[in-house]
Design a protein. Structure first.
Length: 188
């Protein structure tokens, strides 16, 4: 039997992504986000949302481009740090994080990230403090292991090991708890 409960997405797992942008001084900034989905326009596109004031949102508004890298179990500590440390703090990137440039767009990309989209904002909808972006995928950067057409999807997922979140906790792809929000960054 089912019952009505207050509105929530508590049991709707969300895949995690690190958004990369450049600040006006040319320094990279990264933030952690999970409000992402896909749509089909002329081609495959990305829908993404940011619902609060963040340096990442300022940069997307100013530049109209960003990278979106899949967060893996290996990257979770760094991603959690990016999600918890304000982009307005001058020392945010005073940590070891290998960064390279996008191949098509002027966006920073995490070297360790095995799957990254380079995105150009096509349309922005603003409502009640949220920015909702419809983005054109201008490029996809993928590790060579993910480009093996003979490998099954299961194999590729076991290589990726993407992290996700539900109800303030991070989980592995196979459902193991990886810590509450704010805990993995302590492993840096």
């Amino acid at each position: 039997m089912k019952k009505s409960i207050p509105v929530s997405n508590s049991f709707c797992p969300q895949t995690l992504f690190v958004y990369g942008t450049y600040n006006s001084d040319g320094k990279p900034d990264f933030g952690l986000f999970c409000w992402v989905s896909y749509y089909w326009g002329e081609t495959l596109g990305v829908m993404a949302a940011i619902c609060e004031d963040k340096r990442t949102r300022d940069n997307i508004r100013a530049n109209g481009v960003f990278s979106m890298g899949l967060v893996t179990e290996e990257l979770l500590s760094l991603a959690d740090y990016f999600g918890g440390k304000s982009g307005y703090d001058a020392d945010k990137l005073d940590i070891p994080a290998g960064i390279e440039k996008g191949r098509i767009l002027h966006v920073p990309v995490l070297e360790q990230c095995p799957w990254t989209f380079e995105l150009e904002v096509d349309k922005t909808f603003r409502d009640n403090g949220a920015d909702i972006y419809l983005c054109k995928i201008r490029n996809v950067l993928a590790d060579e292991a993910l480009c093996d057409e003979t490998a099954a999807a299961e194999e590729k997922l076991s290589i990726l090991r993407p992290a996700r979140t539900v109800g303030g906790t991070y989980f592995s792809w196979d459902g193991r708890a990886l810590g509450k929000w704010g805990e993995p960054r302590n492993q840096l």
